[in-house]
Design a protein around this ligand. Structure first.
Ligand SMILES: *Cc1c(COP(=O)(O)O)cnc(C)c1O
Length: 395
């Protein structure tokens, strides 16, 4: 920020999104930062080279483009430092590799993003790290699960596909008292609707692939640390040589500028559709923290500033009807909702959720679970499309 910066001390979230991370007068007044594609950075003389006496030394350690995104995410998360990695999955795995060593024990929420479980059960177990899955509703009772070698507690709230809300401040306080680092995957809420570090979390993780990128065309992840844990994260990042590309970082920074208005639209459309689904006889249950009927709603209301556009619902089945056949008939009846993984982009998406890898949580028994991402289309069109799905599933 330049000296005559007139930004007021407290600014609204959308104002912050528009300004965060980059001062146009650092680069001739151009509104957006340059996309610096780089490996080598030149030094003016041998002495500067020997002492690394300048801001940039090699592009794995950052460029003006990646710095602008890191700085923006720092401001949004209230973090001491942020690193960029090539995907949301890499953001979680790198955080685990940073803080875990052979012989350690980690507690990971059972509603964790599925590929993280795969990483824990294959790579981490090969490295001699024990991972135990816990019930998202555990709260302060997490204390009973902590062992002398518990070094990390991982949260994700709401949980992937089933959207359980966790009592983040309660779990974080217990974990920290026992000397475990607290990591949280905050992809669903984004720092706009929840700031993990304000609730006692040490490391906040985002799949920027989702709402920050916003256009279903970028893979990127960010890991943001508080002051206590930043140095070790930065060292691990340097040791592993995992970094984000300039073009992707540029696109995610560009996406952040409009993330507030996009999320507002995802949020209001998702709530309208969730309420509409909840009233139908062919829907057994809607799993969306913004609905008062959802078990975690009170904690969500206490801690979160908003809800994003992805949620699930349970389709009602007739006695003896096969769940998978019913779910696939519904999905094949849709034409505006695309069938695809990920979410957070402009188009609506749907899929049949597979919960077979859960250790503690049970899949709903009333019928198949379908996940929707409500995109930026008109709500009336999306309801009409879902109506077609319901009709197709009745045949
Ligand atoms: C999508 C997602 C990820 C992984 O992000 P990618 O960029 O697709 O690897 C991680 N965590 C959560 C909660 C996600 O939804």
């Amino acid at each position: 920020m330049n000296d005559n910066d007139q930004t007021p001390k407290t600014i609204g979230p959308n104002t912050q999104l528009v300004r965060a991370g980059y001062d146009p007068f650092d680069y001739h007044g151009f509104i957006n930062p340059p996309t610096v594609r780089a490996s080598t950075v030149l030094f003016p003389d041998a002495k500067t080279m020997e002492t690394h006496g300048q801001k940039y030394t090699y592009a794995t350690r950052g460029t003006p483009t990646t710095d602008a995104l890191c700085q923006a995410v720092n401001e949004l998360e209230g973090a001491a430092g942020t690193i960029i990695v090539p995907s949301g999955l890499a953001a979680v795995t790198l955080a685990f590799l940073t803080y875990l060593s052979p012989g350690d024990h980690a507690l990971v929420v059972d509603s964790v993003y599925g590929n993280v479980r795969h990483f824990c059960d294959t790579m981490l177990s090969r490295f001699g790290i024990t991972v135990e899955y816990y019930d998202p509703s555990v709260g302060v009772a997490i204390e009973a699960l902590i062992k002398p070698n518990t070094k990390l507690v991982h949260l994700e709230a709401p949980g992937s596909n089933t959207f359980e809300i966790q009592d983040v401040p309660a779990i974080a306080a217990v974990a920290r008292r026992h000397g475990a680092v607290v990591t949280m995957d905050n992809t669903w809420a984004t720092p706009l609707y929840f700031r993990p570090l304000d609730f006692g979390v040490d490391i906040s993780i985002q799949a920027s692939t989702k709402y920050p990128a916003g256009h279903a065309d970028i893979l990127l992840g960010t890991i943001s640390a508080n002051a206590e844990h930043w140095k070790r994260l930065r060292q691990a990042n340097g040791a592993l040589g995992i970094c984000g590309a300039a073009d992707d970082s540029y696109q995610v920074l560009r996406g952040l500028r409009t993330m507030g208005v996009r999320l507002e639209r995802h949020r209001t459309s998702a709530l309208e559709i969730a309420e509409w689904l909840e009233k139908r006889d062919d829907v057994a249950r809607v799993l969306y923290p913004a609905l008062p009927s959802f078990p975690g709603h009170e904690i969500w209301k206490r801690d979160f500033k908003g809800a994003s556009g992805v949620f699930s619902f349970v389709l009602t089945v007739e006695p003896n009807q096969d769940f998978k056949t019913k779910a696939q008939a519904f999905l094949d009846g849709l034409s505006l909702f695309g069938l695809g993984y990920s979410w957070g982009g402009f188009p609506s998406l749907a899929l049949h959720v597979d919960l077979s890898d859960r250790r503690i949580l049970q899949a709903p028994d009333e019928g198949p679970l379908l996940r929707l991402h409500i995109g930026l289309e008109d709500v009336a069109d999306l309801k009409a499309d879902l109506d077609s799905g319901f009709r197709a599933s009745q045949k």
